[in-house]
Ligand binder design. Structure first.
Ligand SMILES: CCCCC/C=C\C/C=C\CCCCCCCC(=O)SCCNC(=O)CCNC(=O)[C@H](O)C(C)(C)COP(=O)(O)OP(=O)(O)OC[C@H]1O[C@@H](n2cnc3c(N)ncnc32)[C@H](O)[C@@H]1OP(=O)(O)O
Ligand SMILES: CCCCCCCCCCCCCCCCCC(=O)OC[C@@H](O)COP(=O)(O)O
Length: 399
């Protein structure tokens, strides 16, 4: 065989073996046993971190700023595991469309982030960008109260001083303002995420919110629910001087993909496009009514941008994607290695004991834990979402 033909045959054989290795790896990622192990690492490390967070309570009384910094690092240990799952396990790619003049500000200032709420993993894509700009541990959100009770994540948020709301303004007004005031002297740069639509997009919620828009004489939106303005106005009012800009962000997935957390766990790869526009906080009116109108106008612009994306499949302007950092993966590998040894030891002891009762109890406990994790994943699923926004006018109810 001539040497060139030999080279080609060799390269083809190499490619074939690479493809079959990748195919094997793809099948491996779909195995239930892998998911069980990932969930075990997440749950156990999460509970350890929650415990360490609890241990920082006395430190709050002695040195509050130090306690906050420690808690940011501890929270990073949990949230970065989910980022590693998205970036390294599923291989999901995230492209950022933004103006090069705004780029140097990202991660270097406090900001309010406004994001559309259509996807089950939009919070996770948000976390990925937080990670790439170095604000993952300290990132904040105006979250529904129900999430505070989710083990690991919800408990972690308590120590991060996340702002919770019941989505009943009469009850929220006081607590939301108090929580926002506390962030004034936060020692780390943070992004404060606000889903102004208040709930995830469904056709039913969209129809109802457009009826509300009509009643209010506001233009209809095609891709968004009508934004709730109170949370935004109060956040801008109380974080003025602390936060320097609003990041108007719009997220989409290529080829009309509908991503899910279970898909990510199964190793499915998605491609996210995020458009971010930096708006200085000074450009937002101080007066409440004007601030509310400003937000409505912003959502009309967001809707036009979404229309462009649906027609062209991309956002306008340059892309400036920040590189993926290794820390999330390293943190994940650290917990995997740390928790693999006790798991193997436990399993060995278990089978050596030969006791049917102990084996049966362990199987039941594993089953209960996997049901628990399935319930946690359920929190991200839109079809299990709340009924908030299913009624117009003043008749809102949470699920
Ligand atoms: C760049 C990358 C991203 C970086 C990411 C950064 C950080 C990441 C950090 C963490 C990630 C974790 C993510 C976790 C996600 C969890 C998110 C949630 O839980 S979203 C749900 C909770 N949040 C919100 O609801 C915020 C928005 N809501 C508000 O601001 C509300 O105003 C409120 C403060 C919650 C109060 O709620 P309430 O219902 O009482 O609202 P309003 O008073 O505003 O409502 C009455 C008002 O609305 C009109 N109305 C009635 N029905 C409707 C309807 N169906 N649609 C629209 N409007 C309606 C009604 O007529 C009243 O109008 P008016 O005010 O004029 O009288
Ligand atoms: C390494 C990682 C392993 C993963 C294993 C299991 C992980 C389990 C993770 C649970 C994560 C829980 C965080 C929930 C965040 C959900 C954000 C969200 O989207 O909330 C919805 C609200 O905004 C609106 O609620 P609705 O009114 O639409 O209802």
């Amino acid at each position: 065989m001539p040497s060139n033909a030999k080279k080609v045959a060799f390269a083809e054989a190499g490619e074939r073996s690479w493809c079959s290795t990748m195919e094997l790896f793809r099948l491996f990622k779909m195995q239930f046993i892998c998911h069980l192990f990932i969930c075990y690492v997440f749950l156990v490390s999460g509970l350890i971190v929650n415990f360490l967070q609890l241990c920082t309570l006395p430190l709050w009384a002695i040195n509050k700023q130090l306690a906050r910094k420690v808690n940011c690092r501890l929270a990073y240990c949990i949230s970065s595991q989910m980022v590693a799952l998205l970036e390294w396990w599923s291989g999901t790619e995230c492209t950022l469309y933004t103006d090069p003049e705004s780029y140097p500000f990202y991660g270097k200032e406090n900001a309010i982030v406004i994001l559309n709420h259509n996807f089950e993993i939009d919070f996770l894509c948000g976390w990925t960008f937080c990670e790439r700009f170095g604000v993952l541990g300290s990132s904040k959100v105006l979250a529904k109260k129900e999430l505070a009770f989710v083990p690991v994540i919800g408990w972690m948020w308590y120590f991060l001083e996340i702002v919770f709301c019941k989505r009943k303004w009469e009850e929220d007004q006081k607590t939301v303002v108090q929580s926002l005031q506390r962030l004034k002297d936060y020692p780390e740069n943070f992004w404060f995420l606000l889903y102004c639509e208040g709930t995830r997009f469904t056709q039913k919620k969209h129809k109802i919110s457009m009826e509300v828009a009509e009643k209010k004489g506001l233009p209809k939106l095609k891709y968004h629910l009508l934004p709730r303005t109170k949370g935004f106005c109060v956040t801008v009012q109380h974080l003025r001087g602390t936060v320097t800009a609003v990041y108007d962000s719009t997220l989409n997935f290529r080829n009309n993909q509908i991503p899910t957390l279970l898909g990510i766990l199964n190793g499915k790869k998605y491609h996210a496009d995020l458009y971010v526009r930096r708006l200085p906080l000074d450009s937002i009116p101080e007066n409440e009514a004007e601030c509310a109108m400003w937000l409505h106008k912003l959502y009309q612009e967001k809707d036009e941008l979404q229309e462009k994306y649906s027609l062209t499949g991309c956002f306008p302007g340059p892309t400036l994607t920040p590189p993926c950092r290794p820390w999330a993966l390293l943190n994940w590998l650290f917990w995997i290695l740390l928790l693999l040894f006790p798991l193997c030891l436990l399993l060995l002891r278990l089978f050596q004991s030969g006791s049917t009762f102990i084996i049966f109890t362990t199987v039941v406990l594993c089953f209960a834990a996997s049901l628990g994790v399935r319930w946690m994943i359920g929190q991200t699923e839109i079809n299990k979402g709340s009924s908030y926004g299913n009624k117009g006018g003043q008749l809102n109810n949470n699920a």
